[in-house]
Ligand binder design. Structure first.
Ligand code: KIV
Ligand code: ZN
Length: 568
């Protein structure tokens, strides 16, 4: 069934009727430094949890926030629950608040609740008292049935009471924050008038600033409009020099990060949000994404996410909400490429990335190591992957490498496997496939042992020698004696004696350390047999045995692929 036409049900939000900002500045600005971060995980985030945190979880979360470097932390809504009230007391009486960290508490504009909030922070060295009341036309009309003047009066009364109560407790350094809740749906002149008034009541000065926090309580516009609203306030607030301009974007339209970034370009000094975007409905803006967005632009966010998984674990356990695998920077899959062309580009990027150079690996906006990840998950293989990723994984995990054309043959076999299973292909699967395709000796020839019987001392390199070679053919022993200049030539002669003429086109050899930490030699031979071109591979503890194995592999693949009668 088609949804009803939206035009019959929803109204377009049209702030341009009120925003006079034809000379907006924010589009040509860039963010040059980190804003002040305020975590509201323990308040706004906590209010949105199915099971709000207990004191123990709150303390664990608080300590983690301190460790990552957040300096302003909204720790509670003390008048809303005893757990929150007691948690604030515990923080203060237990001396858990570092000198450079300021706790913040939220209060509605009601006398009894304000008094209880101030009681909660009794004895703190420094505290932000955060007063809010909703001011938008919809709230004035639908929820409170109050006029503009009446909602302004609520803010005035609340601010006056807080001023009186805090003036009477000079042992604490008090910072006042006011939020016109539902700001982004409010007429700008109404919001400005209330903010200017509370700023004057608080007697804010450049030395004793007020925090004016402008929330998009429900995100209802594109982020450019929020930016216009912030720039308008930034330019029109009567006491801007006495104000820390803060934003508090929610993520209802999925653009809170953009809204926060544009708001900073528009003049905001401070951002309130939650780690990984927890919060009411679709969440508060994600502070981690914001911080790492800055980091990847060469700007220090002043926050430490060097072990992002530990941060994630703490947040997931406290919130009891998993972080999505595609969540920016932290999700399990966000530093992973399955697509073949991406894998190829990443492989090349890694090969060219200088250890101390500017980070320039395609498709990876951040070096996973910077946030405590390794490169293990960067390339993963499924039916969408190409040869680049498959061979990269095989090389990383098993040390096995292949020339380009051999990779193509290998990737066909992997592709068939992936299509059949429909599952991710693990490195161990790749190794098994490699074995099946290139190392199988169930039928045909297998290398068993070789021994140099006689070697002439001669200036020629390699020296002429005679060799005893033990092969298996279809499981039966075959012992051959052959001569030649070096083991390679003698082995080829040994096959000639079996009626097989191998003409090597290219031989590549390298050593690697295998899973058991043993040194191994790998040999890949591309050779012509009766005009047929084949690849073969051998892996052994020494290079000579690996070479002979690779010859066996070439021959077996030739025989199988050409369905030739096996040599009697
Ligand atoms: O979203 C909001 O408006 C709030 C206020 C209390 C700041 O959380
Ligand atoms: Zn909020």
């Amino acid at each position: 069934m088609m949804l009803a036409q939206p035009s019959s049900k929803y109204r377009a939000f049209n702030p341009f009727a009120t925003i006079q900002l034809s000379d907006r500045q924010w589009p040509s600005r860039q963010i040059e430094k980190a804003p002040i971060w305020m975590s509201t995980d323990l308040r706004d985030g906590n209010q949105a949890l199915i099971e709000p945190m207990n004191a123990e979880k709150k303390m664990r979360f608080f300590k983690m926030l301190v460790n990552i470097g957040i300096k302003e932390i909204e720790v509670a809504f003390p008048s809303a629950s005893d757990t929150d009230f007691e948690f604030v007391r515990q923080l203060i009486t237990g001396n858990h608040i570092p000198d450079d960290v300021t706790i913040e508490v939220l209060t509605p504009a009601r006398e009894d609740l304000i008094r209880r909030t101030i009681d909660a922070v009794q004895g703190a060295k420094r505290a932000i008292i955060h007063l809010y009341n909703p001011v938008s036309p919809a709230f004035r009309r639908i929820v409170f049935a109050k006029s503009c003047e009446e909602v302004k009066q609520i803010a005035i009364d609340g601010t006056q009471l807080i001023k009186t109560l805090t003036d009477a407790r000079p042992e604490t350094e008090w910072i006042f924050q006011y939020s016109p809740e539902t700001f982004s749906m409010t007429e700008l002149d109404v919001a400005k008038d209330i903010c200017d008034t509370v700023t004057e009541i608080w007697q804010a000065t450049p030395a004793r600033k007020i925090i004016i926090n402008l929330p998009s309580t429900v995100e209802c516009t594109t982020p450019n409009i929020y930016a216009d609203q912030i720039e308008w306030m930034h330019r029109h607030l009567a006491h801007r020099d006495a104000t820390i301009l803060s934003v508090h974007p929610h993520n209802d339209r999925g653009t809170a990060v953009a809204a926060a970034e544009l708001a900073v370009m528009a003049g905001a000094d401070r951002i309130e949000g939650c780690l990984f975007g927890n919060g009411e409905r679709t969440g508060n803006v994600d502070l981690v994404t914001l911080a790492l967005n800055l980091y990847t632009q060469g700007i220090s966010p002043g926050l430490d996410f060097a072990d992002i998984d530990a941060v994630r674990q703490c947040v997931e356990e406290c919130n009891q909400i998993p972080v999505h695998p595609r969540h920016p920077y932290v999700g399990d899959l966000v530093h992973t490429a399955f697509s073949g062309s991406h894998q190829d580009a990443i492989k090349k990027g890694f090969a060219q990335q200088a250890p101390d150079g500017m980070w320039e690996v395609p498709y990876l906006p951040i070096d996973p190591r910077d946030i405590g990840r390794n490169y293990d998950a960067v390339i993963r293989v499924n039916s969408q992957s190409g040869k680049g990723g498959m061979t990269y994984l095989l090389e990383q995990e098993y040390g096995i490498s292949m020339p380009r054309r051999m990779q193509i043959e290998f990737s066909h076999a992997v592709q068939q496997f992936a299509d059949r299973s429909g599952l991710e292909v693990q490195a161990s699967d790749l190794f098994q496939i490699f074995r099946q395709v290139f190392l199988t000796t169930d039928t045909g020839f297998a290398y068993h042992a070789h021994q140099v019987l006689e070697q002439r001392t001669s200036p020629s390199v390699p020296a002429h020698l005679s060799m005893r070679l033990e092969l298996l053919f279809n499981g039966q022993s075959r012992v051959v004696q052959a001569t030649g200049h070096g083991i390679h030539a003698a082995s080829i002669t040994a096959f000639v004696q079996q009626g097989i003429h191998i003409d090597p086109v290219e031989v590549t050899e390298h050593t690697f350390i295998d899973h058991q930490q043993q040194k191994q030699c790998q040999c890949v031979i591309e050779a012509r047999i009766n005009g047929d071109r084949q690849f073969g591979a051998g892996i052994a503890a020494d290079a000579e045995s690996a070479y002979i194995q690779a010859l066996c592999s070439v021959v077996n693949r030739h025989l199988t692929n050409n369905e030739e009668a096996l040599v009697a």
